[in-house]
Design a protein around this ligand. Structure first.
Ligand code: ZN
Length: 372
């Protein structure tokens, strides 16, 4: 068998205050800049997108601006038609996961280069080949798209995002660890084929996050951004979201389906699901995750994000049916019984750990200035 090919973005730039440089960066990396669409959301991301637009216009690039993107499928369709009508040659999304996913799908379907400029690192969609969007029926669904051709991360922009979005990003990142436990289980049970290479990337991406002591420094934001970027690479290598999505994601999807817009942030829900999955696996990850969550302020119990224990138990039971092809620890028949599911959630949530500092400070090691 020949070696596989993995498509990776041809531009990756992580810097501070680099939004105005997006235009020159794209020009340097041979993007077709005859007409560039810049999409953003509301409020903060719209302001940040203005810096990108200004940089492009200064380089004499024709720019089409779209704002108010909120992660809806009809918005992706509308952007696709704008791309066709205006002759757009590259599409840049500036914003959080909803904005990125909307433009990502439109660009994939119209076959133009997509550039991801995340202004929040609340999930691994910043570099993944999939888009999660809300359809006509109000339900959120995952659509296959393509890896971005370029990723520009402004650490300063990420730092100005609400702290909850940064914590949520940590939740989505550490979920790789339970996702890979599920993947190995699925392989042992003959349900799915394990991909050791993709899992190694996903787990290596997540482990540094377990050592974080805080999420306020730019060094911690870099750890997070790098982990989420590598998660995207793991998904690209395996051609599926599998290395970054197991039982914990099924729980989050079940909460989305049940609660609609009342759901918590994806990464917060996934963080809770990761505790449940680690408990179900009887993994030593559970106390390590609880300690991390306590240090960073991630949810340890459903009521920390406005959910009830019953809602979480419902999601544990409903999750596996949402994706029967994805074998996880929750596919085990015993969790069909309410009492088993309740006991599992109680075991995952019942323990209040003492905050212990991480064994080594990843923040310090990353923050060490290169000039020294
Ligand atoms: Zn996720």
């Amino acid at each position: 068998m020949s070696a596989r090919q993995v498509l990776i973005p041809r531009l990756l730039h992580v810097g501070t205050g680099c939004l105005r440089d997006v235009g020159p960066l794209l020009a340097d990396h041979d993007f077709d800049l005859r007409c560039v669409l810049v999409g953003s959301g509301r409020g903060a991301s719209r302001m940040l997108a203005e810096a990108v637009v200004e940089g492009l216009r200064r380089a004499d690039v024709r720019v089409v601006v779209v704002s108010q993107l909120a992660g809806r499928l009809d918005q992706a369709a509308s952007i696709a038609s704008t791309i066709i009508e205006e002759g757009v040659t590259a599409a840049v999304a500036v914003g959080g996961g909803r904005v990125l996913d909307t433009v990502k799908l439109a660009a994939a379907r119209t076959d133009v280069d997509f550039v991801s400029v995340p202004t929040a690192v609340s999930n691994d969609g910043i570099s993944s080949p999939v888009a999660s969007l809300v359809g006509k029926d109000g339900a959120r669904a995952t659509h296959s798209a393509r890896m971005p051709c370029g990723i520009v991360v402004d650490v300063a922009a990420i730092g100005s995002a609400p702290p909850a979005t940064i914590r949520a990003g940590v939740g989505d990142l550490v979920s790789n660890l339970t996702a890979c436990l599920d993947w190995r289980l699925a392989d042992r049970e003959g349900r799915e084929q394990y991909d050791a290479y993709a899992a190694m990337i996903a787990e290596s991406a997540a482990r540094p996050a377990l050592e974080l002591d805080e999420v306020t420094s730019s060094a911690s934001h870099e750890v997070l951004a790098q982990g989420l970027l590598l998660s995207g690479l793991a998904m690209a290598a395996s051609g599926t979201s599998r290395p970054c999505s197991g039982a914990e994601h099924l729980i989050s999807h079940a909460l989305d389906a049940r609660l609609g817009r009342g759901a918590a942030l994806h990464g917060e829900q996934v963080a809770l699901g990761t505790l449940v999955a680690a408990a179900a696996h009887n993994s030593a990850l559970l106390p390590a995750l609880q300690s991390l969550y306590l240090r960073l302020g991630l949810p340890l119990r459903p009521d920390d994000v406005g959910l009830t224990t019953a809602q979480l138990v419902d999601a544990v039971q409903a999750g596996p049916a949402l994706r029967p092809d994805r074998w996880t620890i929750l596919s085990d028949e015993r969790f069909r019984h309410r009492m088993e599911a309740e006991a599992l959630v109680a075991g995952a949530m019942g323990y209040r750990p003492v905050a212990v500092p991480s064994t080594r400070s990843i923040t310090r090691s990353v923050a060490a200035p290169s000039s020294r």
